[in-house]
Design a protein around this ligand. Structure first.
Ligand code: NAD
Ligand code: ZN
Ligand code: ZN
Length: 393
């Protein structure tokens, strides 16, 4: 039994104190897990665009400060709270921002949008008692101050040496899995591959267009490649994404800045009428409209993956749906985290989906602000930060 079990742990975390303020690496206190909660030692974490959105605080979802952001990670269970049966101390786990209780009416269907633990960007407190498990020991300048609570983020909060999660938001993985790469399955790669496999159900020989070639969009391409799509058109305003795209099966590249016509017209020309599937992975409504119009009338299908921080509604006229095109949203690639991710992790380990190309940078935890900057500048897909040293069971 861990000697820390039942005790408050003092450790280091990267705390966001306000919108767009550099994260502060400081000492914090992490309470023991309560009923059906688990305390996890984070080994590696990576950074997703959704962390950037919350950090920038551009909408209500990003107004809870101080907060510990981060939702892509891999860790090891330090201790479990009362009633937790499916993981135990020493298990290797992936946190998931889109949990699965396994018991609610939604969990009993094919949907992955669990009534209790589905993603909720507004949520910043634990379900059990409406409190937090994190608190400060100092103010943001390192000076003494009264202890203050630190808010949680996306059911996970992984930019810390220790975090506490609901057990519904943890997935047990094979201890022999390549841990660094497993961090990618917490969000980016599962979201993208799942959007192609589960939400669109891309078929062999079909054509796809992927808008936004960050890790999420490139994972869509990788998923479409694995399914045998004949053509994968990558659209991005940053030419440097195209080199990487070739590794993930992207066959054609379109940079909107090089065109004098709308992107959808170019894609219709390239495909003789439109693609079978398009994926929006930028979070920009104008891009969503282009993605929608890029599909073939009659059966084209658009999957919305990007997160929209502005309160804008769909950029479509209702009659445009009479062209027979469909549009659907995809959260965590439609994967049910607890019941389906272990199998997906196995498929990745067998090489069905290649994970290595998604890790473009590695930095120590202390350099987390540099990692944020790399993603903001479009210079990284995923930067993995080592938080704690590898522990043997
Ligand atoms: P990223 O920042 O790494 O990639 C975004 C890419 O889009 C970049 O390559 C950028 O150059 C490109 N881009 C931005 N605006 C563009 C425009 N107007 N035209 C063409 N290209 C443009 O981000 P990411 O981590 O890959 O995440 C992508 C999106 O997916 C984000 O909105 C993120 O919040 C969202 N997301 C959704 C889910 C989900 O479950 N639905 C999960 C994870 C991430
Ligand atoms: Zn994410
Ligand atoms: Zn549920």
């Amino acid at each position: 039994m861990a000697e820390t079990q039942g005790k408050v742990i003092t450790c280091k975390a990267a705390v966001a104190w306000g919108p767009k303020e550099p994260l502060v690496i400081q000492e914090i206190c992490v309470d023991p897990p309560q009923k059906m909660e688990v305390r996890v030692k984070i080994l590696y974490t990576s950074i997703c665009h959704t962390d950037l959105g919350a950090w920038a605080g551009v909408n209500e979802a990003g107004r809870a400060f101080p907060r510990i952001l981060g939702h892509e990670a891999v860790g090891v269970v330090e201790s479990v709270g009362e009633g937790v049966k499916d993981v135990e101390e020493g298990d290797y786990v992936i946190p998931t921002f889109n949990g699965e209780c396994g018991e609610c009416v939604v969990c009993k269907t094919e949907s992955n949008l669990c009534e209790r633990y589905k993603v909720d960007p507004m949520k910043s407190l634990m379900v059990n008692d409406g409190g937090t498990r994190f608190s400060t020991t100092t103010n943001k300048d390192g000076g003494s101050s009264q202890s203050q609570r630190i808010y949680h983020f996306l059911n996970t909060s992984t930019f810390t040496e220790y975090t506490v999660l609901d057990s519904a938001c943890l997935v047990k993985i094979d201890p022999n899995a390549p841990l660094k790469q497993m961090s990618l399955l917490s969000c980016g790669v599962s979201t993208g591959v799942g959007a192609a496999w589960n939400s669109a159900n891309v078929k062999e020989g079909t054509t796809t267009a992927v808008f936004g070639l960050g890790a999420v969009g490139l994972a869509v391409a990788e998923g479409a490649r694995a399914r045998g799509a004949s053509r994968i058109i990558g659209v991005d305003a940053n030419d440097s994404k195209f080199e990487k795209g070739k590794l993930m099966g992207v066959t054609d590249f379109v940079n909107p800045k090089d065109l004098t016509k709308p992107v959808h017209e170019r894609i219709r020309e390239l495909t003789g009428g439109g693609v079978d599937y398009s994926f929006e992975c930028t979070g920009n409504v104008d891009v969503l409209r282009e993605a929608f119009l890029s599909t073939r009338p009659g059966w084209g299908s658009t999957v919305l993956v990007g997160i929209y921080l502005t309160p804008t509604t769909l950029p479509l006229h209702p009659m445009e749906l009479f062209d027979g095109r469909k549009i659907t949203g995809s959260v965590f690639g439609g994967f049910k985290a607890k019941s389906q991710l272990p199998n997906f992790a196995q498929q990745c380990m067998k090489g069905v989906v290649k994970l290595e190309p998604f890790i473009t940078n590695e930095l120590p935890f202390e350099k987390i602000n540099d990692a944020f900057q790399l993603l903001r500048d479009g210079k990284s897909l995923r930067c993995v930060l080592q938080i704690s040293k590898f522990l043997k069971k």
